[in-house]
Ligand binder design. Structure first.
Ligand code: RB5
Length: 144
């Protein structure tokens, strides 16, 4: 896939965000970094989750949100109608979040998921397509 990947993180997710950015660059995939810009300065994850959610809703890209646990980012992102944020700590979850749930934001917990696994989860998320069919019928019920 070649859609832009929009990244956001808080201080706890900053280092892993930078690793993901470099990984995407090496793969030749377009990315957009919406911050934060430092691990040393404590910040509030909801601002970054909101920025990424709004950017994903405005375009056709996918989001990547990283905080310490991944939980806060996923909670905030999922408050935005049209965002389907999936907190994934393994490849199976990443695969089915795309195949079945058409997730448009991947959340990672930098204090939970190691770097190598995080990159593998990201790769799985990016290379997997939505299967549609009965899964689309179920997604349609989200807005009811
Ligand atoms: C920051 O300490 C931490 O609370 C945050 O990164 C995240 O894990 C919240 O869900």
């Amino acid at each position: 896939m070649t859609a832009t990947i929009v990244l956001g993180a808080d201080h706890a997710g900053f280092a892993l965000k930078q690793i993901c950015l470099e990984h995407l660059r090496q793969l030749g995939l377009p990315s957009e970094d919406l911050g934060t810009d430092s691990a040393a300065v404590s910040c509030d994850y909801p601002w970054f989750a909101a920025k990424v959610a709004e950017r994903v809703l405005a375009g056709d890209g996918l989001g990547l949100l990283i905080c310490g646990s991944g939980l806060g980012m996923s909670m905030v992102a999922n408050r935005f109608s049209g965002i389907r944020a999936a907190l994934c700590g393994n490849e199976f979850s990443a695969r089915v979040s795309r195949q079945h749930n058409n997730a448009n934001v991947l959340c990672l917990g930098a204090r939970v998921t190691g770097q190598d696994l995080a990159l593998s989860v990201l790769d799985t998320f990016l290379k997997t397509d939505f299967e549609g069919g009965r899964h689309q019928r179920r997604l349609d019920l989200f807005e009811k």
